[in-house]
Design a binder for this molecule. Sequence first.
Ligand code: NAP
Ligand code: ZN
Ligand code: ZN
Length: 348
Amino acid sequence: MILTKSYATLGPKGNLGPFQFERRSPRENDVVIDILYCGVCHSDIHQARDEWGGSIYPMVPGHEIVGTVSGIGKGVSYFNVGDTVGVGCLVDSCRECPSCHEGLEQYCEGGMVPTYNSMERDGSTPTFGGYSNKIVVREEFVLKIDPKLNLAATAPLLCAGITTYSPLRHWDIQKGKKVGIVGLGGLGHMGVKFSQALGAETVVFTTSESKKSDALRLGANQVVLSKHEAEMQTHQNSFDFILDTISAPHDVNPYLQLLKRDGSMVLVGVPTKPMEVSALNLIFSRKSLSGSLIGGIKETQEMLDFCARHQIVSDVEVIPIQKINEAYERVIRSDVKYRFVIDMKSLS
Ligand code: NAP
Ligand code: ZN
Ligand code: ZN
């Protein structure tokens, strides 16, 4: 077994604090990773505080992991000790169902295994995430990372990156399309970078006046203050695609009105309460409202390679793990530009 240092929460109302546990010794197909950096996703907060229900404690959050391979099982063929690698939101799946065969492990019909707040496929071993100094993962769920990249700024690509890249690709965003990105947080700022890199006209919708200039710097063609009705009106019936990254309950109907005929709005944000949708906003002009969950392993590797080619990383604020509770409060206040990343050296 591998003694592992981490930060965990013991219940929905508690803070995160130091926690030690044991990872499994590498099996035949396992890769042991010494974690260098782990991003802080809003999903970590939702789950640490049991906002979606069903949370398992103790919980070690973290699914935006970058590190170095420090050991491999006998059957590992794709990785060597010393490689720079990443791990995202899933660490296993059935590997047999149609979704798994299509490289869509996130939609595994047998149930994918999330990196934390879940059980392994044995049904009894809890998974612990990346706010820790080591992780052991089957090689099929490990990603290759170019060691020349800024590794702290690369970590958020493993969730915020793939979660925004995947729907933009699935809905075929390219030059000539008009794309709205709703909410300029960890996911939203990656959405802007990808939409711009894919050649689309990109409009950011934000509630934060203070983020207007940043949105333009990140690559948006226009910024709209979503509370400003007149500004919203000027975009009626004009969008091909709108990606909603908002983490809190909000009204989607004003955005549905901005789609043009056959346009699609896709939810990636996971507010804690169900939302109301006016059927009229969909029926007139045959609009669609959909959702999208992270991305499969093959597409995550494609996204990482796309980022390396286009020099895309996340805008990050690196913190020691001792600042994690303060960081959570700041994420909730939308006071982060645009992703906190934990430097795991601070654990030792
Ligand atoms: P984040 O960094 O906190 O960004 C969320 C943004 O939403 C904020 O920056 C803010 O943008 C906006 N916002 C927050 N509260 C709002 C409110 N009350 N009304 C309107 N806008 C509000 O969070 P994140 O890490 O990007 O995650 C966003 C959501 O996606 C979370 O719910 C997370 O769980 C979910 N998620 C889903 C997937 C998936 O696979 N579908 C993957 C990862 C995360 P402005 O300041 O610009 O308004
Ligand atoms: Zn995430
Ligand atoms: Zn499967």
